[in-house]
Ligand binder design. Structure first.
Ligand SMILES: [Zn+2]
Length: 251
C-alpha cells in the first residue's frame, strides 16, 4: 500500500515536471537542475513542489504572490468567455502559448474599440512606455514571418507583435503589461508613478499582422501579469487559469 502511494507521488512529480518543461520550454535562462516551487495558489488551493535535474530550460522560480484586488484594465470590462483569449491558449507567434488576456469588443462586458481608455490594474512605476514606437510595415512583417517560419521566432519578434506597450512594475515585483496600444496617456513615461485605475493608454491594434494587412480589424487590449520570468496562469489548463484571473480581479 505504502509502495503504491510512493509510486503515485513519484508519478505526480514527473507529470508536474513535464508540464513545467512544456510551459517554459522556450525560456532563455541557463540550463540548470533546479527546484521549482510552483505556487499558483492565489485561490488558496494546493502548493506543489517538484525537483527535476533534467529540465534544459528552466524559468526563474516563480515567487509566491497573492494577487487580488486588481482593477480590470478596461472600465466595466470583464474576462472573456472564450478560452482562446485567455492565457494558455496556443499562439503561433508567442513561443506557441498565449501569455495574457485579450479584451475584444466581441467578447466583453464593455465596449472596446480604437482609443478606448486603458487603465492601470495596480499602482506602480512605469518601466516601459513606447513613445517612439513605429508600427509594423509590410516589409518588417514579411521579415518577422520569415523568421518565424525558419526558427519559430525570437523574443524580439514576439515583442514586436505586442506592438506599442506600457509596462508597470508593482511593489511586490510583479509587472503588468499592456499591449497593442494606439497611444499612451499624457504624462505616462518611464519612471512615472501611476495610481490603480489611472488612465495609461488607448486601445489599438499596433503589432498585429492585421495592422498591416487589414487595419482596424484587430482592435483589442492584450494584457499580461508577469511574475518573474513567468506569468499568471503559466502551465495551467483553461479552468485553473481562469480561476486565478477571477481571483485577481476580486476584492
Ligand atoms: Zn493576446
Amino acid at each position: 500500500m505504502r509502495l503504491r502511494l510512493v509510486a503515485l507521488i513519484v508519478l505526480a512529480a514527473m507529470v508536474v515536471g513535464v508540464v513545467v518543461t512544456a510551459a517554459f520550454g522556450s525560456d532563455d535562462s541557463e540550463p540548470v537542475g533546479v527546484t521549482i516551487e510552483w505556487v499558483p495558489n492565489v485561490t488558496g488551493s494546493s502548493t506543489a513542489t517538484t525537483t527535476t535535474g533534467t529540465i534544459s530550460h528552466t524559468p526563474e522560480p516563480q515567487p509566491t504572490v497573492d494577487i487580488t484586488g486588481l482593477v480590470f484594465p478596461i472600465e466595466d470590462g470583464c474576462l472573456p468567455d472564450d478560452d482562446n483569449l485567455m492565457p494558455g491558449a496556443s499562439r503561433e507567434y508567442r513561443s506557441g502559448t498565449h501569455e495574457g488576456v485579450d479584451v475584444y469588443d466581441s467578447d466583453n462586458c464593455a465596449f472596446v474599440g480604437l482609443d478606448t481608455e486603458v487603465l492601470a490594474m495596480r499602482a506602480g512605476t512605469v518601466v516601459r512606455a513606447d513613445w517612439g514606437y513605429e508600427g509594423l510595415t509590410a516589409a518588417t512583417l514579411a521579415e518577422f514571418e520569415a523568421l518565424i517560419e525558419e526558427s519559430g521566432g525570437t523574443p524580439e519578434v514576439e515583442d514586436a507583435f505586442r506592438g506599442r506597450q506600457v509596462w508597470i512594475e508593482h511593489p511586490d515585483g510583479t509587472v503588468t503589461r499592456y499591449a497593442h496600444l494606439d497611444g499612451i496617456a499624457e504624462d505616462v513615461d518611464v519612471g512615472s508613478e501611476v495610481a490603480q485605475g489611472e488612465h495609461i493608454g488607448y486601445v489599438g491594434d499596433s503589432g498585429t499582422p492585421e495592422s498591416v494587412t487589414e487595419p482596424g480589424t484587430q482592435m483589442h487590449l492584450h494584457f499580461e501579469i508577469r511574475i518573474g520570468k513567468s506569468y499568471l496562469g503559466a502551465g495551467l489548463d483553461a479552468d485553473a487559469s481562469r480561476a486565478l484571473y477571477q481571483a485577481a480581479f476580486s476584492p
